[in-house]
Design a protein around this ligand. Structure first.
Ligand SMILES: CC(=O)N[C@H]1[C@@H](OP(=O)(O)OP(=O)(O)OC[C@H]2O[C@@H](n3ccc(=O)[nH]c3=O)[C@H](O)[C@@H]2O)O[C@H](CO)[C@@H](O)[C@@H]1O
Ligand SMILES: C=C(OP(=O)(O)O)C(=O)O
Length: 423
């Protein structure tokens, strides 16, 4: 397995282009299942998760053609050959559950392997299932699979009131509702930019949707969806990650394609920590206002709050900030696995349940560390950028799920980051 070797201590200067969002692309791709016309996505990121979703869709009969080195995904689901999402593919990626709603809406039935838990928490799919039941689906859990069936006349619109905000469950029911008969009201819907992007794409395909970006979404079902071309929204998590690089090790970086409205709560915390974010015609330019960053407390929340997917990277900044910060993780119950790894590098962190208290030290020291999940992996790379000596981040396959060419992007702004090929 590959590792990433970071030699710390260089100031950064330059531009980093931000890719299309993994988490948007992973819900836009299954939307192809709703229509027999082509769906073309531009600005797609080149990531292993996108390959996994491609394999899953191909296993269902979707034709997926990659153009422009994978930045354009031309998909056609005119002739589906299967409604079964197999364990072998689903186990690799939780977002596979997002084929359930579209398959059920288009084909009237689907069998999808349960995606199971992953390192950051239990992550059940009960909210996805209850929401589809509210549209009339009959569900049965057997042999590790969800067996789902729509009534004879197809799904019918319904009222879905989520007890907690779920991005994936909102996406699944939103897609299913586009082809259900009548009106669906989704209450306490997720408001993430990826939901807005999905709704915009579905509308281009002919869906009737109102209210995306607010907590109530209304969908008027239509008989069929058409072909469309859609540009994937900018990846706000990749954006936030690279914004932290100059905050951590000095210098400046202009993140091309970045927009404040994608990372508003995150920018407020950067400001409080003494990091300047300037809007430019091409993106967001980030540098330190003075010397060392200052401590700041952070609590993760659904959008528009501070994203859980930037918590690990923010911790990397706070490890060397002046003072003591408290990070509160409110979305996933086990998302501080980067803390012990950062502590190997000399960070002072005390984790108690969902709280991590970080007392900033002047400088971290490079060490061999283990990447435990996607955002943990990149937080260790960020920490390594400012550490004294070398940091070897082992087991980086998680990283390739969510960051394309990380060593090239950081290398282009002056960091010394190399991939070490595994055996
Ligand atoms: C592919 C994708 O877009 N992934 C993102 C998506 O994940 P994902 O869609 O899986 O996250 P959710 O918003 O669903 O999860 C939020 C919380 O709800 C819980 N829950 C969720 C569904 C359910 O049926 N039952 C239940 O209890 C989860 O365990 C978690 O505690 O949103 C998360 C929260 O912003 C991000 O960290 C992930 O990067
Ligand atoms: C947790 C993440 O992804 P996933 O939901 O695909 O596991 C993430 O992108 O940080």
């Amino acid at each position: 397995m590959d590792s990433i070797l970071v030699k710390g201590g260089r100031e950064l200067a330059g531009e980093i282009p931000i890719a299309g969002a993994k988490n948007a692309c992973l819900t836009l791709m299954p939307a192809t299942l709703l229509s027999d016309g082509p769906l073309t996505l531009t600005n797609a990121p080149r990531l292993s998760d996108i390959k996994t979703m491609t394999m899953l869709l191909e296993s269902l009969g979707t034709e997926v053609t990659q153009l422009q080195g994978g930045q354009v995904l031309a998909m056609s689901s005119h002739a589906l050959s299967s409604t079964r999402a197999d364990y072998d593919i689903v186990r690799k990626m939780r977002a596979s559950i997002l084929v359930l709603g579209p398959l059920l809406a288009r084909e009237g039935h689907a069998e999808v392997s349960l995606p199971g838990g992953c390192a950051i928490g239990a992550r059940p799919v009960d909210l996805h299932l209850k929401a589809l039941q509210a549209l009339g689906a009959e569900l049965d859990l057997r042999d590790g699979y969800v067996h789902a069936k729509a009534p004879a006349g197809g799904l019918t619109g319904g009222r879905v009131a989520f007890p907690i905000v779920s991005v994936g469950a909102t996406e699944n029911v939103l897609m299913a509702a586009t082809l259900a008969k009548g009106t669906t009201i989704i209450e306490n819907a997720a408001r993430e930019p990826e939901i807005v992007d999905l709704a915009r794409c579905l509308r281009r395909m002919g869906a009737e949707i109102d209210g995306e970006g607010t907590s109530t979404i209304e969908v008027q079902g239509v008989d069929r969806l058409e072909s469309a071309t859609h540009r994937v929204v900018t990846d706000r998590i990749e954006l936030g990650t690279y914004m932290l690089a100059p905050a951590i090790c000095g210098g400046w970086v202009e993140c091309l394609g970045g927009r404040i409205e994608l990372v508003g709560a995150f920018c407020e915390k950067l400001d409080a920590a003494g990091i300047s974010v300037e809007e430019t015609p091409r993106g967001l330019k980030v540098s330190r206002k003075n010397g060392r960053a200052s401590a700041v407390d952070v609590a993760t929340e659904p959008f528009p709050g501070f994203p859980t997917d930037l918590q690990a990277q923010m911790m990397a900044l706070l490890c060397t900030a002046d003072g003591t910060s408290v990070l509160e993780e409110n979305i996933f119950e086990n998302r501080f696995m980067h803390a012990p790894e950062l502590m190997r590098m000399g960070a002072q962190i005390d984790v108690q349940g969902g709280h991590a208290t970080v007392t900033g030290v002047e400088r971290l020291k490079g060490a061999p560390v283990m990447a435990t999940d996607l955002r943990a992996s990149v937080s260790l790379i960020l920490a390594g950028l400012a550490a004294k000596g070398e940091t070897l981040v082992n087991r980086v396959y998680h990283l390739d799920r969510g960051y394309e060419r990380v060593e090239e992007k950081l290398g282009a702004v002056g960091a010394d980051v190399q991939r070490v090929q595994g055996q």
